[in-house]
Design a binder for this molecule. Structure first.
Ligand code: HEM
Length: 145
């Protein structure tokens, strides 16, 4: 099965990078929207529509893109072979991928919290900064190796 995909290695890599862009770009926009959502709630406004947009963004873009990134990344890994696990850049990349998935969980939890109550501005700022640092680190590790 893997032999059939070998000639398409670069296509799989391109699809992996596209899914990374949609995942991390969508996550970044979502956190900006969470800051606006918090401000609307702080002014006593009705933010039901914002909650709906956030849920939809997660369900239709960010979650599927995360899944695609992991599946395509795993495909590239199997095509390259298990010796990749011995390379320092790949071990570091996997550790930061786990951290990025934890951030994704924290963002999804904040989307759920904002449906019921407001959250602190610091919590949203931490999500923004962590997203930028993890994105810059992961892309640098993946490209520079
Ligand atoms: C947020 C998560 C991820 C980001 C930002 C990311 C980013 C990238 C980028 C930019 C490349 C292209 C590098 C190049 O051609 O120079 C790449 C390739 C690759 N990625 Fe990922 N990736 C992520 C997740 C994963 C995961 C979870 C795996 C494995 C389970 C994986 C395995 C690979 C492999 C094996 C390559 C090919 C490396 C090569 O051809 O030299 N990636 N990744």
């Amino acid at each position: 099965m893997l032999d059939l995909i070998v000639p398409y290695y670069l296509w799989v890599k391109a699809a992996h990078v596209v899914s990374v862009i949609v995942w991390l770009g969508g996550q970044c926009l979502l956190v900006v929207q969470l800051a606006s959502h918090r401000q609307v709630l702080a002014r006593g406004g009705d933010a039901d529509v914002l909650s709906e947009v956030e849920q939809r963004c997660l369900r239709l873009a960010v979650n599927p893109a995360m899944l695609a990134t992991l599946l395509l990344g795993a495909t590239l890994f199997f095509l390259r072979g298990p010796e990749l696990l011995g390379e320092g850049w790949f071990q570091a990349k996997l550790a930061f991928v786990v951290a990025m998935m934890a951030l994704h969980g924290a963002i999804a939890a904040t989307v759920a919290s904002l449906r019921r109550e407001t959250v602190s501005a610091i919590r949203i700022r931490v999500l923004q900064i962590a997203g930028l640092i993890l994105t810059a680190t992961l892309v640098s590790i993946a490209v520079i190796k």
